[in-house]
Design a protein around this ligand. Structure first.
Ligand SMILES: [Cu+2]
Length: 145
């Protein structure tokens, strides 16, 4: 009888741990999906051509289909804004400078840049290239002579 009680207590402790784990997972989920620069780091000094790598969490990166009837939910592709800031949510990202689309689903890019301090934006767009709330981040780097 005593042994059984101990086992039940063990189960209760495990259940408590599971609740705690679920609680911390909920905490992560509240942060939601995000996009970011894997490199360069914000504030870094780099040489030209500048090599970029984009990253994301909580979002599927897939090539844009040839024909889009309805943009797929939770799916998008990267865009880089060169020497510019994030666009507001809900806007269509222009198919022209300073924006470059990665409709093939890629996450790397190289760009020749003049020396000086430049801001870059990585912004997610859906199949219609429309920006999504919260899915953009910027870095400012210094390109050396
Ligand atoms: Cu696009």
């Amino acid at each position: 009888m005593q042994e059984r009680k101990t086992r039940m207590l063990g189960a209760a402790v495990l259940a408590g741990a599971a609740v705690l784990a679920a609680g911390s997972m909920t905490g992560q989920a509240q942060e939601g999906p995000r996009v970011f620069f894997v490199s360069p780091a914000d504030g870094a000094t780099v040489s030209s051509p500048v090599a970029f790598e984009f990253g994301s969490e909580g979002f599927s990166l897939l090539p844009v289909p040839e024909e889009v009837e309805t943009p797929r939910w939770g799916v998008g592709h990267f865009h880089i804004g060169i020497a510019t800031e994030c666009l507001p949510a809900g806007e269509i990202i222009p198919q022209s400078a300073p924006w470059v689309h990665f409709g093939d689903g890629s996450a790397v890019f190289e760009s020749l840049m003049p020396p000086g301090e430049h801001t870059f934006a990585v912004q997610l767009g859906d199949d219609e290239h429309r920006t999504i709330e919260g899915l953009c981040s910027t870095i400012t780097v210094t390109v050396e002579e």
